[in-house]
Design a protein around this ligand. Sequence first.
Ligand code: HEC
Ligand code: HEC
Length: 226
Amino acid sequence: MTKRTYLPLLTLLLAWPVVPVAGFAEEIPAAANLCLTCHQVTVESDRAVQGAPPLFYAGNKFNRDWLESWLQTPTRIRPAGGFFADHIITSEGGDSIDTASLAPHPSVDSAAAKQLSDWLMSLRPHDQLIAESSEYSPAPISPRLGAMDFVKFKGCGGCHRDTPEYGGVSGPELYTAWQRLQPEFIVSYIKNPRAWNQQSSMPDRNLQDEQIHKLVNYLKSLHKED
Ligand code: HEC
Ligand code: HEC
């Protein structure tokens, strides 16, 4: 192609308007097509696949570094999969997880992970909830009292794990919460899960800010520096 024929094409490309899809801060990258078959990426859209966690507020939720690296080497976060009832075998000896029925999460290469993270981090419909969230400054907590509060007094352990071995399986593991999630998100989500997502199955316990901060201090204490 000569320079002469190339030029109009280039002009056309440069003049081509980049139209953001309504509700998206940035254009959806092509690599996201696969993700859209399972995940909800707008407030309005229905969950395409039962159990795939919503991503429409990803930018308000995740730590970017964690996100970019997890997309390349995903690990399981919900011990019994996205929708636990699909993967539990009930027997006389008690319930167990049917691990064979759990499919591994698709992974992407580093370039796609970067591009997808740029896009996901731009999805911030809940900036207001974060702004309204009570001010939190981390404080130390006794591991024993923290665990007792989490498991016994507040009942979080019925659905969440605070160690790889112990706890419920219907909610995401929380011993990695500090690594994965923004602290302001953790505070705000515990306060009012359904303000984040109408379909959240996490109960609203009407906890006071002080009680929430104590739980968040405990989750922070579970984080092991690499
Ligand atoms: C076949 C359905 C399916 C596809 C395709 C899929 N995911 Fe997922 N994704 C899931 C399920 C189910 C989980 C929950 C896994 C867990 O908790 O262990 C999940 C978890 C996640 C999480 C963690 C979310 C959280 O709140 O814990 C992120 C981030 C994510 N997916 C991003 C993506 C991206 C980006 C793509 C496209 C490259 C994608 N997913 C493609 C089903 C899917
Ligand atoms: C009845 C089960 C249940 C109980 C009890 C429960 N949760 Fe949850 N929680 C969930 C589920 C399910 C989710 C994931 C919702 C989603 O992805 O849409 C969740 C999400 C969360 C999240 C966001 C984590 C993430 O990776 O998305 C935090 C933080 C959290 N819960 C903390 C708590 C704390 C602290 C308690 C105790 C006060 C508690 N939860 C009690 C079921 C529960």
